[in-house]
Design a protein around this ligand. Structure first.
Ligand code: XIL
Length: 366
């Protein structure tokens, strides 16, 4: 009876943000057409379902600051205005990353590598300009994205090679100086894997000890159907919460296609060629796979709900399956099904299991 009532309530609540209101915010990464309200399929879903947004590409260095002497804020301004219009918690992604960052950032006018001081100045100027522009409007920033290798060691990015490990500390200081109220996150993928998680926990301990104003971690959450398992996910959330920071799931999706990349990674430079075996569902997703995805999402949200006290938001990396970057990563031109809404914008069985996970957890109304 209790279960039946819960399921009935789950089916009645058709919005993710309402279902999860008592627990954490639910979000989606938006592409440009979406925050410019030019996506007739996606826009009604976004307005109805989500109370936080992330910019899929619009706030990356190469989008905002393509030339040494110039910023282009037009798209980013529209992104922030969209979030405000809908009363959403607005996330900024991302300030310091090795990817989608122009080469000139690391070079002087003659193309030679910058000195540590010059690169720190450039980073400071970028962070100050961008964060101050949206002060009090963007509520949380991915300050540093993907600073670690899969084995937990520091990625040898130009930031690291030129400045040293304290580029991370400095990035947080600069962001905090520009908007002292904003939440500031470290964001990375595969943190569920033991070695990388340990590297991240140690890194956060070090930068916190040095005084970095970090408030949270983004577990990107680019999942497979079978990996990471629920226990790993729970342990990961607990490991970061134990450091006294909030945990967000910042880029959630579930890749259901056969693996083509050599490593278990969300490294966007790792691409592989497409073939029929690696792209089996071009004509639709078989029912058993649909159910497997629904079960997988139920399992993940059970863990998130259990850890609701430390989770700020859970954000999907895209709105409908057709939008997802996983149609082109790690292999271009495949048909993937990683999200809760299908290519026509209809909620999938996974949507129902996610909604009922929330409703069945609530204290029953007498
Ligand atoms: C992806 C975008 O979704 C794509 O459109 C773009 O071509 C490459 O970047 N981790 C991140 C995101 O932090 O910024 C990436 O977004 C996905 C992996």
């Amino acid at each position: 009876m209790v279960l039946a009532a819960a399921i009935a309530r789950g089916q009645a609540a058709r919005s993710l943000k309402d279902a999860y209101q008592e627990f954490f915010r639910i979000g989606a990464a938006l592409n440009q057409a979406q925050f410019e309200e030019r996506d007739p399929r996606g826009n009604p879903i976004i307005a109805a379902q989500f109370n936080t947004i992330s910019p899929e590409n619009a706030l990356k260095w190469q989008s905002l600051h393509p030339r040494p002497d110039g910023y282009d804020f037009a798209a980013a301004d529209r992104y922030v205005a969209f979030g405000e219009k809908h009363g959403m918690f607005i996330v900024g992604h991302c300030l310091v990353w090795h990817s989608q960052t122009p080469q000139w950032v690391f070079q002087d006018t003659e193309g030679k590598p910058l000195t540590r001081e010059a690169l720190l100045d450039r980073m400071h100027e970028h962070i100050r300009t961008v964060v101050a522009r949206y002060k009090g409007r963007i509520g949380g920033w991915d300050v540093v994205n993907e600073a670690l290798n899969d084995d937990g060691s520091m990625r040898q990015s130009p930031w690291y090679r030129i400045i040293g490990e304290d580029y991370i500390l400095k990035a947080f200081e600069f962001a905090h100086e520009a908007d002292p109220q904003a939440e500031l996150y470290y964001n990375d993928y595969s943190l569920e894997n033991q070695a990388k998680r340990k590297g991240a926990v140690d890194l956060i301990r070090r930068v916190k000890a040095a005084g970095a104003p970090i408030t949270g971690i983004g577990l990107q959450g680019h999942m497979k159907l079978d990996q990471p398992d629920a226990r790993q996910e729970a342990e990961t959330i607990e490991a970061f919460a134990a450091l006294g920071i909030r945990v967000n799931i910042s880029e959630l999706d579930v890749d259901i296609l056969p693996r083509t990349a050599p490593r278990d990674s969300a490294d966007i430079s790792a691409t592989a060629a497409v073939n029929a075996q690696s792209n089996p569902y071009t004509n639709g997703l078989p029912e058993e796979m649909q159910q497997a995805l629904a079960k997988r999402y139920a399992e993940l949200f059970a863990v998130f709900v259990q850890h609701r006290d430390v989770i700020g938001h859970v954000t999907f990396w895209g709105v409908t399956d057709g939008d997802s970057w996983l149609n082109n990563f790690p292999t271009r031109g495949r048909t993937n099904y990683p999200l809760l809404f299908d290519r026509e914008g209809k909620p999938k069985p996974a949507f129902d299991t996610v909604v009922s996970k929330a409703t069945s957890t609530r204290t029953p109304v007498r």
